[in-house]
Design a protein around this ligand. Structure first.
Ligand code: BES
Ligand code: ZN
Ligand code: ZN
Length: 478
């Protein structure tokens, strides 16, 4: 829990220290300096000291001018991890250095650092003991009520990240398409969004053949999860957020040779991000309309499974030649986008998916790959990313790239050759977006980290790109 006011005497105290700004050095630090000469404020340096029975965590911030929001959330996460390790459940945190530098602008990243630094996937251990903490923020002297409101809203957004992380970290047998649907219904009740779950017979009626083809590979049948959040009744515009929801990707008959856990059980991270982002928007009652569309299914081997060489149908009417059954994400997303256009009347679309290992080779674990047909829309995403601190990079689209998906026997094929895996996968999906403004996010590198890259991450799911999606719609100009 994060508290803005309250008790004054705690068992622990977090202090942040700039390297080059001595205008704010608390007495405790001066005292501690007599004990530890390492207190110079170097970025990410940590000193843990007991002074008169109180546990101090002193964390360096580096240069006053060099501190930015990403570093801020990392130093905060680092500090709370020390308290957690020491088993201290109530402690003060003096945020004067952040307020001095950034005013209330720092609050979102502060809350993110605290909550994500403390995040742990407790899993299914029978003797789990959850760490229950309260951080008392110090150094806020004016506009207390306004600040409490900002912190409250930030907590709702970060809860959306945590929801996404928990869903992605859950193993496939504990989160089948049906179980995922049940979770979303519960979240809808809490946050106030509408949820509709479409089962196989309804998917048949809609002719969602590409989605059904992948889903038929498993005894755990597919579900189309539709989330409607209408926060702006004065507008009839609605954006489609389409998230890949493969709760288990074995590769199908093109069985994965070897894989990471994230690649198999985390293949619904796009869907989880959609759920987390809409949760934040609904909790904060943001004035916008979005529909989340999550095709949830498994990609396994069964008697009914599709195989390379098959030609399948899709809801759009286009036929698809299957080159590789492990390129399943684009098939289900194609139908989900068509559903968004034909049934939900979306006016723009963002698809989010753990789609290609090629994006990891290109951009690593910290940057999401993007394709888009609309620079204005992309500019909005970049503005949102400046608020979220998440990184995106746009891939080029040239005509000859589109040719790589031409099939001799069907309208399109599900995999190109000659490299360029991220671009061809994105272009396959984009060809179903018709003329709508479209952004494609390939989060195969950013949704899962092992080991973590930043202090505010832990091994496993990251919750990317919940915050960027939130700010894309939650900045007030939608
Ligand atoms: N879900 C995977 C992509 C993936 C790989 C995500 C590793 C996270 C970690 C996707 O369905 C897949 O298997 N893609 C193939 C496509 C190829 C067969 C054209 C890939 O990228 O190898
Ligand atoms: Zn796959
Ligand atoms: Zn996949």
């Amino acid at each position: 829990m994060i508290s803005v006011s309250g008790k004054r005497d705690y068992k622990g105290q977090v202090i942040f220290l700039y390297e080059d700004d001595s205008s704010y050095i608390p007495d405790e630090v001066l005292e501690a300096r007599n004990i530890s000469s390492t207190l110079e404020g170097k970025l990410y340096s940590v000193t843990n000291i007991y002074i008169s029975n109180k546990f101090y965590v002193i964390v360096g911030l580096g240069g006053y001018r060099d501190l930015d929001m990403k570093k801020l959330k990392s130093v905060v996460a680092k500090s709370v991890k020390q308290m957690k390790k020491a088993g201290i459940e109530e402690y003060g945190m003096d945020i004067t250095p952040f307020i001095q530098r950034f005013d209330s602008q720092c609050l979102f990243h502060l809350v993110e650092g605290i909550k994500l630094g403390n995040y742990e996937f407790y899993g299914y251990k029978t003797d789990k003991k959850e760490y229950d903490y309260t951080v008392f923020l110090q150094g806020i002297h004016k506009d207390i009520n306004q600040i409490k409101e900002i912190i409250h809203k930030a907590e709702n957004i970060v809860d959306g990240i945590i929801i996404a992380r928990d869903l992605v970290n859950a193993p496939a047998n504990r989160l089948t398409p049906e179980l995922l649907s049940q979770e979303v219904i519960l979240l809808g009740d809490k946050a106030g969004f509408e949820v509709e779950i479409l089962k196989e017979d309804e998917l048949e009626e809609l002719n969602m053949k590409a989605f059904l083809t992948v889903g038929s590979s498993s005894g755990n049948s597919p579900r189309l999860i539709v989330i409607r959040y209408n926060g702006n009744s004065t507008s009839d515009k609605v954006a489609g957020l389409v998230g890949k929801g493969v709760t288990c990707d074995t590769g199908g008959y093109c069985l994965k040779a070897s894989n990471t856990m994230g690649g198999i059980k985390g293949d619904m991270a796009g869907g989880a991000a959609v759920i987390g982002a809409i949760y934040g928007l609904a909790m904060n009652k943001v004035k916008t309309n979005v529909v989340g569309i999550i095709p949830a299914c498994e990609n396994r081997i069964s008697r009914e499974s599709y195989i390379p060489g098959d030609v399948i149908d899709s809801m759009s009417g286009k036929t698809i030649e299957i080159i590789n059954t492990d390129a399943e994400g684009r098939l289900i997303l194609a139908d989900a986008i068509t559903y968004g256009i034909k049934v939900e009347g979306i006016d723009k679309v963002i698809d989010i998916a753990t789609l290609t290992s090629a994006v990891v080779a290109a951009l690593g674990f910290t940057t999401t790959g993007v394709l888009t047909n609309n620079t204005e829309f992309y500019d909005k995403l970049i503005k949102a990313s400046e608020k979220s601190g998440e990184q995106f990079w746009r891939f080029p689209i040239y005509d000859e790239y589109r040719d790589m998906l031409k099939s001799d026997i069907a309208d399109i094929k599900n995999m190109g050759k000659d490299y360029l895996g991220t671009v061809t996968a994105g272009l396959f999906i984009g060809s179903f977006a018709e003329k709508l403004p479209w952004i494609h996010m390939d989060i195969a590198g950013t949704a899962w980290v092992n080991p973590p890259v930043f202090q505010y991450q832990s091994e496993g799911a990251t919750g990317a790109p919940v915050t960027s999606l939130y700010f894309l719609f939650g900045m007030g100009d939608e």
